[in-house]
Design a protein around this ligand. Structure first.
Ligand SMILES: *[C@@H]1O[C@H](CO)[C@@H](O)[C@H](O)[C@H]1NC(C)=O
Ligand SMILES: *[C@@H]1O[C@H](CO)[C@@H](O)[C@H](O)[C@H]1NC(C)=O
Length: 366
């Protein structure tokens, strides 16, 4: 099974590489993104299979104990953890702020993992980030490498700790909007945090949902669907099933497992785009996959606030130090979908100082 699938994707990939090398004039000239190397693909498949075999039950964030944990009745249950997955291709600008976020929190409530592009040598390996760097591969914009990096983080976190129950993706431009206890309580205990589940009153709804934006009719939806060729996504992904959404997701363990397990959609989404300006595979792969597999297990919105007003070249608005005020933090928390946004992006690196000044009395005061 493994070797068949593996040989199939390998030969698919190999023939694609040959095609690109030997017959460039068969392809449109704007084919710019670098394909993922066969060796990187092999490494990933090995890691993902390992994670699927040894990470315990995919539903271990239900109330049933994982089959890897045979607790005697006298032992206290182990608390669920949040896995914070940092994905960066620069320094972690807000590492001191995140260190403050985790400061004096019980370490049995969270884990930190960092995927840093190999081209950056990080000097911020201190505090909560020390020793948390996973084996990383090159990442670049407008390519499926950001999907791979996210899946690598998910697989590593699944494998590393069976108590990781939520998996939150964070970038170097993201900041927390609340204290750790507020985030933890919102995800695991609050009955009122997710406004969408209050109205549904559906007994079939699983107790924990993934917070992932899922949109079906965005501007340029067709252009982005056809970015690899008009028929390339078929038959696995018909146009009606193609979704868009922010890459900044917070997944349940069940969904993290689902993402690491997927082979069929990955085979499509890893095909390089013809046009770089319509190519944002990481904003389509995760929402499309989860919307096809388990739409009711998703809130369909993200917990990471972003400002798209006046965006340039697909980059959202980036806040500057003079804009960092207590009023901005309060404004960014406001959400129509949940009691609050938990994270926000993007902030320029020099926002660190004003953010640190207001950390204790504004950001971490809930
Ligand atoms: C979003 O960005 C625009 C500039 O493009 C700015 O005028 C506006 O105040 C920002 N909105 C928020 C909520 O920060
Ligand atoms: C909430 O919804 C209203 C009405 O659709 C909209 O004007 C507002 O911008 C939304 N607020 C946020 C924070 O998205």
């Amino acid at each position: 099974m493994f070797s068949n699938q593996f040989m199939l994707s390998f030969s698919l990939f190999f023939s694609l590489s040959i095609l690109i090398l030997l017959a460039p004039n068969l392809l449109p000239p704007r084919h710019t993104s670098v394909p993922i190397s066969p060796q990187d693909e092999i490494d990933d498949i090995t890691l993902f299979n390992h994670a699927l075999s040894f990470s315990g039950s995919p539903t271990s964030n239900s109330n049933k104990p994982s089959r890897f944990f045979h607790l005697s009745s006298r032992q206290k249950p182990i608390p669920k953890k949040i896995a914070f997955l940092f994905l960066t291709n620069t320094a972690l600008h807000f590492a001191p702020l995140w260190n403050r976020f985790f400061l004096s929190q019980p370490t049995n409530l969270y884990n930190v993992y960092v995927h840093a592009d190999p081209s950056v040598s990080l000097t911020h390996q201190y505090g909560v980030f020390r020793g948390r760097f996973i084996i990383s591969k090159p990442t670049s914009r407008a390519s499926p490498t950001l999907i791979s990096a996210t899946r690598r983080l998910l697989a590593t976190a699944l494998l590393h700790d069976p108590n990781n129950a939520y998996f939150a993706l964070i970038s170097q431009h993201c900041i927390p909007l609340h204290s750790f206890p507020y985030v933890y309580h919102s995800l695991f205990h609050s009955k009122t945090f997710d406004k969408s589940s209050q109205t549904e009153l559906n007994v079939e709804t699983p107790s924990y949902k993934s917070y992932i934006e899922i949109l079906s009719d965005t501007p340029k939806h067709w252009k982005r669907y056809a970015a690899r060729g008009r028929f390339t996504m078929l038959p696995e992904v018909p146009y009606e099933e193609f979704r868009a959404g922010s890459q900044f997701l917070t997944l349940t363990r069940r969904h993290a497992h689902m993402v690491v397990k997927d082979r069929a959609l990955w085979r499509k989404f890893k095909v390089p785009c013809y046009r770089e300006d319509e190519c944002y595979p990481e904003e389509h792969y995760f929402p499309t996959l989860l919307s096809m597999k388990d739409p009711n297990g998703c809130t369909k919105y993200t917990l990471t606030r972003v400002n798209w007003t006046g965006s340039v070249n697909g980059h959202p608005y980036m806040y500057k130090p003079e804009q960092v005020t207590p009023q901005l933090i309060h404004l960014l928390r406001e959400s129509n979908h949940s009691e609050s946004y938990l994270f926000a992006r993007k902030f320029s690196p020099d926002c660190l100082e004003p953010l640190m000044h207001m950390a204790k009395y504004v950001i971490f005061r809930d």
